[in-house]
Design a protein around this ligand. Structure first.
Ligand SMILES: Cc1cc2nc3c(=O)[nH]c(=O)nc-3n(C[C@H](O)[C@H](O)[C@H](O)COP(=O)(O)OP(=O)(O)OC[C@H]3O[C@@H](n4cnc5c(N)ncnc54)[C@H](O)[C@@H]3O)c2cc1C
Length: 456
């Protein structure tokens, strides 16, 4: 008989926490999970899922516009934001129910309350104290807001999913994927949209050709881009928010969305008293098995600020459960994780960017193609697709694949398998394409870009 109430107490029922609880329970562990807000966490409630539904909605403006070139007559389409949000909410409520059922069926004890760690083996939640042999923190992250006058007039992505109406003009602050995606959503649905970012270009960490290519495409769509500028203050004048930037210029809008980044969600957890080592960003520092400096305490997902994506949190959860309860030590593997930005057009990547590969491998070959997708030939839509392969010259392995263009996420997911398996350029070349697709370009690019001339 264990001297603990539970073998595992999980704090946070998001992407990582739910998976870790279910899989640990399947190994026979007695598991409890505490959730203070919503089952499914950020991804299901205010992240990936509702975001992608809004992205789908915003695409229809292109489709209506393009339809005429394919012979369709479309009456002037109308758009109802309230209907979209109500339908989205219905789907999210359904998913919340699915998560509750999954946990119940796995025999995981659900506690609907905020949890706090009292000591290395005790968690307090809902006015009760529970002992556990191990505690897993999976509390995610939370939007960070600038510290400038009037910031209370701005919203974060959390509120963007529950707006009463679509703003006529939207200002989006930030240069990460969340900012870029929301700019596309607002613009696609008809709001006059501007994106302001303090860096020279958005989407740091993605390949530079794609970043520049996307900036051009967004500008063609009428999204105003302001790089190298910061927000200085926001003043409200009736329904208009006047944002003053650090160069003195002003932007008027009905909505300001701040998406400048997120911080690990550790406030009030009781970590300081426990003496858990934290990273400089406040994230829980963990080893490759997600174990913290306190042996009974583990952490996975955004709260560890390793690679903040849902499939990564799930991967960390699986590795944790297998290591701790499946008795198969499984380190987490963050190599070659594919990523997408659901912008318009979307962008996706796996492996090293050209700049990273140059620094890492020295001699590389880069294969790049830029073209207008077949679908756009009739419509005349001036949108460029870019595809790129980065090859380590010594081993001939494809170490990076990058795409800007329709369905980039769907295509790169498949390519990611080949990259993860270490496929060579010759193996890509030996693969027969599917014609006519854009994806076939990934197996038909034959001539590398000329290397830059040597200096001196
Ligand atoms: C707008 C947006 C769009 C995104 N889009 C994508 C995407 O397209 N693809 C992708 O892969 N990722 C996306 N992400 C990131 C993804 O949502 C996160 O990486 C993922 O949810 C992290 O999972 P997690 O388990 O670490 O935390 P979360 O899913 O955030 O779950 C943490 C849970 O812990 C709960 N909690 C916190 N503190 C306590 C406490 N003290 N007691 C009890 N409960 C607590 C919270 O309420 C929450 O439910 C997006 C994020 C945002 C914000």
């Amino acid at each position: 008989m264990s001297r603990f109430d539970f073998d595992l107490f999980v704090i946070g029922a998001g992407s990582g926490g739910v998976r870790a609880s279910r899989v640990s329970a399947s190994y026979g562990a007695r598991v409890a999970i505490a959730e203070e807000r919503y089952l499914g966490g950020t991804c299901v409630n205010v992240g990936c899922i509702p975001k992608k539904l809004l992205v789908y909605a915003s695409h229809y403006s292109d489709d209506f516009e393009d339809a005429a070139a394919y012979g369709w007559t479309v009456a002037r389409p109308g758009f109802d934001w309230a209907a979209l949000i109500a339908n989205k909410d219905r789907e999210i409520a359904r998913l919340n129910g699915v998560y509750a059922r999954l946990l119940d069926e796995a025999g995981v004890r659900r506690i609907e309350a905020r949890a706090r760690i009292a000591d290395a083996h005790t968690v307090e939640a809902g006015g009760r104290s529970y002992s556990a042999e191990r505690i897993l923190v999976a509390t995610g992250s939370w939007p960070r807001m600038q510290d400038v006058p009037g910031i209370e007039h701005a919203i974060s992505s959390n509120e963007a999913f529950h707006l009463k109406e679509l703003p006529r003009r939207a200002l989006v602050l930030g240069g990460g994927y969340i900012a870029v995606e929301f700019a596309g959503i607002f613009a696609g649905l008809g709001a006059q949209t501007r994106l302001v970012h303090r860096g020279e270009l958005f989407l740091r960490g993605f390949d530079d050709d794609l970043r520049r290519g996307l900036a051009l495409e967004l500008e063609k769509r009428g999204i105003g881009l302001g790089f190298g500028r910061r927000l200085a203050r926001i003043d409200r004048h009736g329904s208009v928010l006047r944002s003053t930037l650090d160069d003195g210029s002003t932007v008027d809008s009905e909505l300001v969305l701040s998406a400048i980044g997120r911080t690990p969600h550790v406030a009030g957890l009781g970590l300081e008293a426990l003496g858990v080592a934290l990273g400089p960003d406040g994230a829980i520092a963990v080893d490759e098995y997600s174990q913290s400096s306190v042996p009974s305490l583990y952490a996975i997902g955004d709260v560890t600020n390793r690679l903040n994506l849902t499939p990564v949190a799930i991967h960390e959860a699986m590795a944790f459960a297998r290591t701790v309860f499946g008795r198969q030590p499984t380190p987490v593997d963050h190599r070659d994780v594919p990523r997408a930005v659901f912008s318009q057009p979307p962008l996706a990547s796996v492996g090293w960017t050209q700049a990273e590969a140059e620094a890492r491998f020295g001699a590389i070959d880069v294969y790049r193609t830029r073209f207008r997708a077949l679908r756009n030939t009739l419509t005349g839509r001036d949108e460029q697709t870019i595809m790129k392969l980065v090859v380590d010259r010594a081993s001939q392995r494809v170490v990076g694949a990058h795409m800007l263009g329709p369905d980039a996420g769907e295509i790169i997911q498949g390519i990611a398998i080949a990259v993860k398996l270490g496929a060579t350029k010759a193996q890509f070349d030996a693969t027969v394409g599917i014609h006519p697709t854009a994806a076939e370009e990934f197996v038909t690019m034959r001539t590398p870009l000329a290397p830059p001339p040597a200096l001196g």
